[in-house]
Design a protein around this ligand. Structure first.
Ligand code: HEC
Ligand code: HEC
Length: 244
């Protein structure tokens, strides 16, 4: 038995480290079995990039090991099993659903992992992520999360850092009656987009919600300078400062 071997003998005969990719596929149920291993590795690299992860996200292994010593055959990680479901889904979209389009262009766009994932493992719209953080951990955690994600992903396709995102979060906070947090998020959006008529208008709405009509008035005026055809801003101005 192996564990009865003297330690010195074990140390003298280390298992030969695998030098390169495996010779053949062992445990594939989605990728056809006769696919060249090199093509599979290329496909795996594309998937890895689309999700913004490393091979170890799905395969058993550590960063310290040689990649070719990973246990690619094992189905231990739930992420690998989920990835299989995803691969089957993508095959079905491209193979069954898209060809049913009346004017299907076979040379046209194919759905890939990146169509949805865009560099992150969980393809969640940024406003949903922020709202979830607010519900779980409150305003400060949400703002910290936004700043951290912006720092890391701004300029990439992963998340939308346009003014619509925090405006959507504000819409949720308004519906919840969380007016103090609504004002904070609208002021943050305004600081990021100081020349946006919509950001001024929304800040006016938030100031009105917390009862600061003087501040609200200023923002409605600025909103109308930037976008003279905002009908609600006009109406608010008329109500707060009639005849002006
Ligand atoms: C998002 C999950 C995911 C990532 C990341 C990933 N793989 Fe895979 N890999 C899979 C799945 C799922 C299979 C099995 C596919 C099937 O069943 O057809 C697989 C199969 C393989 C196989 C074939 C194993 C066998 O049974 O013969 C190799 C080799 C492999 N991957 C290498 C890699 C390498 C190298 C990387 C990093 C560049 C990587 N994978 C990253 C999910 C992943
Ligand atoms: C149509 C959009 C779409 C496409 C295309 C897509 N995914 Fe996903 N993927 C999702 C969604 C949505 C989730 C989150 C599911 C959930 O609620 O857990 C997800 C989750 C995953 C997860 C689980 C992440 C985790 O940490 O739990 C993996 C792994 C994954 N996808 C891999 C892939 C791979 C690999 C491909 C390409 C073969 C792919 N996905 C293509 C939408 C997509």
């Amino acid at each position: 038995m192996r564990r009865l071997l003297p330690l010195a003998l074990l140390l003298a005969t280390p298992l030969a480290a695998q030098q390169g990719p495996p010779d053949s596929l062992v445990n594939t149920t989605i990728i056809p079995h006769d696919t060249p291993v090199q093509a599979v590795i290329s496909q795996m690299r594309v998937m890895t990039g689309a999700l913004g992860v490393r091979c170890t996200y799905c395969h058993v292994g550590t960063e310290e090991m040689s990649i070719w010593d990973y246990d690619f055959v094992s189905d231990e990680k739930p992420t690998k099993q989920k990835a299989r479901v995803m691969m089957a889904m993508v095959n079905a979209i491209n193979g069954e659903h898209l060809p049913r389009l009346a004017e299907f262009d076979a040379q046209g766009l194919e759905v890939t992992c990146n169509t949805c994932h865009r560099g992150v493992a969980l393809p969640v719209p940024l406003e949903d992520l922020l709202i979830r953080t607010w519900v779980d951990s409150g305003y400060a955690a949400m703002e910290a999360r936004y700043d951290a994600l912006r720092q890391r992903y701004h300029g990439r396709a992963a998340y939308d850092f346009g003014e619509g995102t925090l405006a959507a979060v504000g819409g949720f906070l308004f519906d919840r009656g969380a007016f103090a947090d609504l004002l904070r998020i609208d002021l943050k959006n305004l600081a990021l987009f100081p020349n946006s008529g919509q950001a001024h208008f929304l800040t006016g709405e938030a100031q009105l919600a917390v009862g600061d009509t003087v501040a609200a008035l200023g923002h409605y005026r600025r909103a109308l300078e930037l976008n003279p055809r905002n009908p609600i801003a006009l109406r608010r101005l008329e109500a707060l400062a009639p005849g002006r």
